[in-house]
Design a protein around this ligand. Sequence first.
Ligand code: FE2
Ligand code: FE2
Length: 456
Amino acid sequence: MSNQEIVKKLLDKGILPTSKNIAHETTKITIVKPRIDDLRARVKIVKEFDYKQKKITVDDFTTHYRERYKTMRKILFNRPEAASAVSIDRAKDMLSDEDQVIIGIVSDVDRMYTGTVKLIVEDLTSQITVIISSKNNNLIEEAKFLTLDEVLMFKGRVRKGVMFLHSIIRPDIPQKKEEFSPEEVYAVFSGDIHVGSNLFLPKQFSNFVDWLSGKVGTERQREIARKTKYFYIPGDLVDGIGIYPGQEKELKITNLRSQYEELSKFLSRVPDDKQIIICPGNHDAGVRLEEPQPRMQDYAESILELPNVTMVTNPSYSNIHAIDNYAGQDVLMYHGYSFDRLIDQVEGLRLAGGYEKPDEIHKFLLKRRHLSPSHNLNLTIPMKQDPHIISQIPDIMVSGHIHKANIGNYKNTISISGSCWQAVTDFQLKFGHVPDPGMIPIVNLKTRKGSMLSFK
Ligand SMILES: [Fe+2]
Ligand SMILES: [Fe+2]
């Protein structure tokens, strides 16, 4: 057997090929596969978004939107309806009674007092007015979910340069094939922790860490804790400093580094065999607010020193528990800063439950293949590669920010919204938003079933 073949064989078995291993392999040593009791965490970072700070110009925004359009058009071309798609320029010139199909970015939505909805849609060639008749109840319902800057496929009859809409086709995700782990292993998803805030709930968080360490609970609960190998934290680890006017009055710890040090005291009690995967949120003031947010580094040194922490960007894709013939689960983690304005701006989402229904927000975003479709939802760096495009279909999508624990499922993508470890704030009350502290969504990767643990 050649060295190359030996290396491949070792990699297939999950063994790192060192010169010693290669030498042993030639003498045919038996490899003992890990038993369930030897469950080992396996985390791979699949996709992150790096950005080197530079002066941003108008051209960067033009390139960003052109590239976004091209990528979304490519995704939409997976839909059968796209076979007859033409440019807006051509659609306007066509003298045909048949429906035309165009792919365009929504640049204006005007809801008229008659009930009719008028859109301006653009592509790289031109723009067109698209009319949704007030008599078409289904389309009027769908129009409640329209947002600016989303890229959609429109089908309708074009008369004198105006399209009268018959249907809207969204990029959407296909039904995902479910993959089940051969081992019973669990992933838990924390919500925002907000250490440093007056309203941080240390007792509840400590109870959760005690359970994760196998110190409390029934025999079965301890067994589940032992088999929990992945612990996701989707941002807002600390309350930060200077996040909003007057915040200092609501802080117990007024130094950013000390806030992370306090958190590290809790996280250091999590056994090392459990991987903690962390992205920043809008309260993690050590990194910029503009997305994509880089991995946390400055001020969070005490967290980085922990042996079982993996820092990732916001957003990011990671893969957990790939083993033998099991590809593992791809986890898309996004803090969720775009959600507040999304709920504020999209009538359909408010009618569906708003803050109470994070799975509806995830469904909305998965259907659009974008985490922040409108320009004004977020502070986004106009990178050529749009970090918010959902370019690959996640097995699990996790977010935080809105402090509401929830487990949902859309076309076999498990949707997880993290809770929080902070009592209700005045700011949340003002927006009629009731958070749900002390809840932990947990997913068994063997069954892909989720359930909720309570540490209230
Ligand atoms: Fe938060
Ligand atoms: Fe947040």
